[in-house]
Design a protein around this ligand. Structure first.
Ligand SMILES: Cc1cc2nc3c(=O)[nH]c(=O)nc-3n(C[C@H](O)[C@H](O)[C@H](O)COP(=O)(O)O)c2cc1C
Length: 336
């Protein structure tokens, strides 16, 4: 038992990573919370009404604490027509093969509004709000807050802003990068632990109980696992995505799909966009690639966000995976 688990009212130092988009479901979140961890729902792409629906659907499945995760908004640059054109050109062969229509013009991505999302989280009395992509204004946020850092300096900025805990996201981590750093989890966690006095949650590449014990040994009070839960039946990832994880030894950090750096399994779509140097900013790049990302039966086109531990993924129901992680953690830490 660590201080953080006591404060959060959870039995195990395991946080389910929020995974905005398909993978995060109320079923997955509730299964982890019911098993004694802290479930999360990734609501970064969800408008306020949808955030409320997801919270209520989760509450119907668990009375344990869970977290809602949001994306801190960033100012987006005005789109350049030449860049949009270059992206369309790089994607044309894929669309031709699938018989998808050639898009014309610049799409207008409709971003959810942070203030409206936060208002729902507070109104629904969700106990924990976690977020990534920066340092928001935390005044008047009457809940436990967790920010994401990829360097010690980012963690210090989050602590100064008033977060209650920080996630130290190592380079191995699947998904979007929460900051500028690309430091391995084992190297990053002790740096962040030294730099801040709030509890640190280690994230990135952790797939089993021995790794959880290792993260705790270097100062983390809990761990956050994403990729490990992607192949559970409760995860909403497409079957082709789940199958690709076992072969996912080649992950890359790329901004090709969404305009923001993220670790994902290498696909031919990444190769084509990187080779063409065709990339608009977030969120426009995501809108430009949306029709191809939506091909749920095509593992070569989808955005296969995954960490470097992907080949260790287990296709177990989330409750069973939690039991295994607990068993491995106890076995690793029990004196021989
Ligand atoms: C599919 C996927 C989606 C993710 N989406 C989010 C998200 O919406 N918000 C967030 O803070 N982190 C997100 N992450 C990053 C996780 O919070 C965490 O840093 C990462 O999963 C840890 O590395 P691991 O995947 O090796 O366990 C995502 C990760 C994955 C794999």
């Amino acid at each position: 038992v660590t201080h953080l688990t006591e404060e959060l009212g959870i039995r195990l130092p395991i946080v389910l990573a929020p995974m905005a988009g398909d993978p995060s479901t109320p079923q997955l979140c509730a299964a982890v919370s019911n098993a004694g961890g802290l479930g999360s729902i990734g609501c970064g792409y969800a408008k306020a009404d949808r955030v409320r629906e997801l919270i209520r659907a989760t509450r119907a499945l668990t009375d344990r604490p869970f977290a809602v995760n949001l994306f801190v908004p960033l100012a987006a640059e005005a789109p350049s027509p030449a860049v949009v054109e270059a992206v369309h050109r790089a994607l044309a062969p894929f669309r031709a093969e699938l018989g998808l229509p050639e898009p014309d013009g610049v799409p207008q991505p409709a971003e959810p509004v942070w203030e409206q999302q936060v208002a729902v989280v507070l109104d629904e009395r969700v106990p924990v709000l976690s977020f990534t992509f920066g340092v928001p204004d935390l005044a008047a946020l009457d809940c436990f807050t967790i920010g994401t850092a990829t360097t010690a300096a980012e963690a210090v900025a989050l602590e100064r802003a008033g977060v209650d805990a920080v996630v130290a996201q190592g380079a191995e981590a699947g998904g979007h990068r929460g900051g500028e750093g690309l430091i391995g989890t084992m190297a990053l966690v002790p740096q962040v632990v030294d730099a801040v006095s709030v509890p640190v949650v280690a994230a990135g590449g952790i797939m089993n109980g021995a790794q959880i014990a290792a993260a705790i040994a270097v100062g983390a009070e809990a761990v956050q696992l994403g990729t490990a839960f992607l192949a559970t039946p409760e995860s909403g990832a497409a079957p082709a995505y789940k199958r690709a994880l076992r072969d996912g030894f080649e992950t890359v950090v790329t901004a090709a799909y969404t305009g923001r750096p993220a670790r994902a399994i290498r696909t031919s779509l990444i190769d084509a966009l990187e080779a063409a140097g065709a990339r608009a900013d977030y969120p426009l790049q995501g809108a430009l690639t949306a029709d191809l990302r939506a091909q749920r039966d095509r593992a070569d086109l989808q955005l296969l966000l995954a960490g470097e531990g992907a080949p260790l993924v287990r296709e177990l129901p989330a409750a069973e995976l939690m039991r295994e992680l607990e068993r491995e953690l106890v076995t690793t830490t029990r004196p021989a």
